[in-house]
Ligand binder design. Sequence first.
Ligand code: 1CP
Length: 353
Amino acid sequence: MTAAPATDPTADPADSALVRAARRLPVERTPVWFMRQAGRSLPEYREVRQGVAMLDSCMRPDLVAEITMQPVRRHGVDAAIFFSDIVVPLKAVGVDLDIVPGVGPVVAEPVRRWADLDRIPELTPEHVPYITEAVRLLVAELGPTPLIGFAGAPFTLASYLVEGGPSKNHEHTKALMHGDPALWEALCGRLAQISGAFLRVQALAGASVVQLFDSWVGALQRSDYSRFVLPHSRTALAAVADLDVPRIHFGVGTGELLALMGSAGADVVGVDYRVELTDAVERLGPGFAVQGNLDPALLFAPWEPLAARVEEIVRAGRSAPGHIFNLGHGVLPSTDPDVLTRVVEHVHAISSQ
Ligand code: 1CP
């Protein structure tokens, strides 16, 4: 059986190229989407966000649906990624935080002591009715195009909570991990519940795929990752294991961690642009689909070398039992959106030959 063409409006997103690639089934052409495909690279995004704070926009289903659809309409990508942020579930359970323009998530009172855990209750679907509503709106509008739901993984969420905001060195996070392992375990246990429940809400509302972002986990060495992080990522991913949705797991700078990340339970491992895709496939071992991994900075290069790199990545992707073309991290805000559209067309053209 081959995937129904995406142009058939009645086709099931579960039969889409993206879901099939994630399941390591044959596809007619390589599916492609971009991390951070919604957002500041698009003038239509900047327009609808005018005067609306980031977190407010994430809580308005009409706006979430519009922003999620923008890159699908413009670029013809093979999936939508739900417009939200990894800190939305934390805000939803009552953590005092904001997303500050030009900075990122900022937490009013960093989490460093046992008493601070009381400020992070477990997440239930009742905390996030606007997420369920937005996913339902989107699934109806997307038709055959799959929606990717997502959550932040426990380590990356813990880093924002413990540091109080974006961090280069994660020094307070590592100090807590090693200085009070019991508190670290309790914090990450709570965050794994929140991540898993947030993924589950999206999958139950109709998302076809989920992605767990552990963006900053590349800051760790393997032994710390195995001991302090992997069990919690596994718990988060296990929360949707009984639902029929493929799971993607991604982090930045994870060349050293890839094999371990593969054991967290995902079907697809997202590969950072610093690692050759063929090396990633070797490190993961058989059985995994891969996602990636064009360097987002190469979107600023002339078309010829950019196209050549896209071709290399599509070729390298054939060494895995499934490949989803993506960037090796998110779209940079000043990217020319027309280049993204051209990359989508090129991936489709060269992979269907
Ligand atoms: O006002 C704005 O436009 C703020 C910029 C912005 C946007 C568009 C932020 C703040 N978040 C988002 C949306 C967002 N965040 C999406 C939307 C869907 C899409 O990809 O198109 C997603 C998937 C996220 C997830 C997210 N938020 C991650 C994981 C992905 C990654 O890039 O590694 C992380 C680490 C965050 C934290 C965050 N939120 C926003 C910023 C600027 C940051 C990073 C800050 C830092 O450097 O620590």
